[in-house]
Design a protein around this ligand. Structure first.
Ligand SMILES: Cc1cc2nc3c(=O)[nH]c(=O)nc-3n(C[C@H](O)[C@H](O)[C@H](O)COP(=O)(O)OP(=O)(O)OC[C@H]3O[C@@H](n4cnc5c(N)ncnc54)[C@H](O)[C@@H]3O)c2cc1C
Length: 418
């Protein structure tokens, strides 16, 4: 039987980062994925590293806005109507978490995690052979309507009060920031601390680096169950044989709920599907990502491609591509960029991925009290790439029994236990 100090389940942004920091600390690490590295949500996402997204998904007003959008199949948010007890429990917990005081407790934590990740990304970018088109130029938000601009100004006030660096831009300021693009916007914001990267390249080149440095990376290897003794996991059963592991780290994104059930721990994570369309990068396109705010669509340059993506759809573990929703994303573009004809550019990929969402918009990060050698690092929702490096580093600190750089009480794995 194969043996390892640490078995990491799931080769997305969180899993590869955990493997990196554990390997750096001298542990013998095996990283398994049932598909390829990055075959979950970590390949085709928008690649934004975003301290500006420090407001959790569960926030006041989100439920009301969501209800308005819910049943419109081309809106930025959609719930597939169904009687699923896990979804109903999750929605109830989400509603309870969407309160001002809980949001305000979460903001400084997400901010600190994101800011640490930015620093860690800069170091990972210097590793030999690890390349992921990392740029620190901030992210712009474009607003087309007075109501949108008002919402933006509210966000500016909220996030600035937590020390985040944001500039308000006039249409001229936006034109300077996005040279060569004809814009239809009333104004915008520049979230100066944000960054962007090519996420698929990030996870794959870091995994290749790990393999070169002694991590046992096994793709096409699905974990199907666990054997426990005295409450601890002793063996993980996989489609390629059993693995005896001293410690297990669960980083399987949206699949973590099912794996948690196999191990005997409840992890209320709902998958929230989003889509992206990647095209060849138009000539002279500026190296500046931006959001089409009212439509909740992001546009990110990535090397020689340009990616456009968005929507949040609670439709269960379903990875089928709904063409109508993809069309709704693309339809938003000419409303902000009237002379940009997407159809004139070659499509490289149309993709969908499942964001792993907890009811309060905060990830699970910590040991499972009833299974002391199991650490969960999952449920990063819209910001799993952003928080990948800091999560990986914290996993190492948790595993080593060190004091963590950041206080993690709000991320406790059993916080929704009745
Ligand atoms: C449209 C869209 C845009 C987004 N934009 C951004 C963005 O700009 N910035 C940002 O920070 N985040 C963004 N996100 C969110 C981000 O993609 C996720 O939060 C992140 O990828 C989650 O990473 P993960 O490692 O937790 O999970 P995943 O990347 O989903 O990885 C989980 C892995 O576990 C594997 N696995 C599952 N079951 C098993 C098993 N039984 N055995 C072995 N392996 C298993 C899967 O194959 C998968 O590779 C976006 C998401 C979407 C959908």
């Amino acid at each position: 039987m194969d043996k390892t100090d640490v078995l990491i389940i799931g080769g997305g942004a969180v899993g590869v980062c955990a493997a990196y920091y554990l390997r750096e600390a001298g542990y013998r690490v095996m990283l398994v994925d049932r598909g390829e590295i990055g075959s979950g949500a970590s390949h085709g996402n928008m690649g934004l590293v975003v301290p500006s997204h420090s407001v959790p998904l569960a926030a006041p007003g989100v439920v009301t806005q969501g209800l308005k959008w819910m049943f419109r199949p081309d809106s930025p948010f959609y719930i597939k109507p169904r009687l699923d007890p896990a979804l109903i429990r999750w929605l109830w917990a989400f509603w309870k978490a969407s309160k001002e005081d809980r949001m305000r407790r979460a903001i400084p934590l997400i901010r600190d995690l994101s800011l640490q990740s930015l620093t860690l990304f800069s170091r990972l970018d210097e590793l030999e052979g690890v390349e992921f088109d990392y740029h620190r130029r901030g992210v712009l938000a474009l607003y087309r309507t007075p109501e949108g601009m008002e919402e933006g100004e509210e966000e500016l006030r909220l996030l600035s009060s937590y020390g985040l660096e944001i500039d308000e831009l006039t249409p001229d300021g936006l034109a300077d920031a996005l040279p060569g693009l004809e814009l239809n916007a009333q104004g915008g914001l520049h979230f100066r601390q944000d960054a962007h990267l090519t996420p698929g390249k990030f996870v794959r080149s870091l995994a290749a680096y790990l393999e070169r440095h002694g991590v046992d990376v096994r793709t096409g290897t699905e974990v199907t169950g666990f054997t426990k003794e005295k409450g601890r996991i002793t063996i993980a059963h996989t489609t390629r044989g059993d693995v005896a592991a001293g410690e297990v780290v669960l980083t399987a994104g949206s699949w973590s709920a099912a794996l948690g059930r196999l191990a005997g721990v409840s992890l209320p994570i709902q998958p929230a599907k989003g889509y992206s369309v990647t095209i060849r990068r138009p000539a002279a396109w500026p190296e500046q990502p931006f959001m089409l705010s009212e439509s909740r669509v992001a546009v990110t340059p990535m090397g020689d491609t340009l990616r456009i993506g968005g929507t949040l759809e609670l439709a269960g573990m379903d990875r089928s591509i709904n063409r109508r929703r993809v069309a709704a994303i693309l339809d938003a573009v000419p409303r902000y960029l009237p002379s940009f004809d997407i159809g004139a550019h070659e499509i490289v990929e149309t993709w969908c991925g499942l964001r792993p969402c907890t009811p309060d918009g905060l990830p699970f990060l910590g040991r499972v009290p009833v299974i002391p050698n199991l650490i969960v690092a999952a449920g990063h929702a819209m910001i799993g790439v952003s928080l990948g490096p800091v999560t990986g580093k914290l996993v190492r600190q948790i595993l080593a029994g060190e004091r963590t750089d950041i206080k993690l009480d709000l991320l406790a794995v059993d916080r929704f236990a009745a």
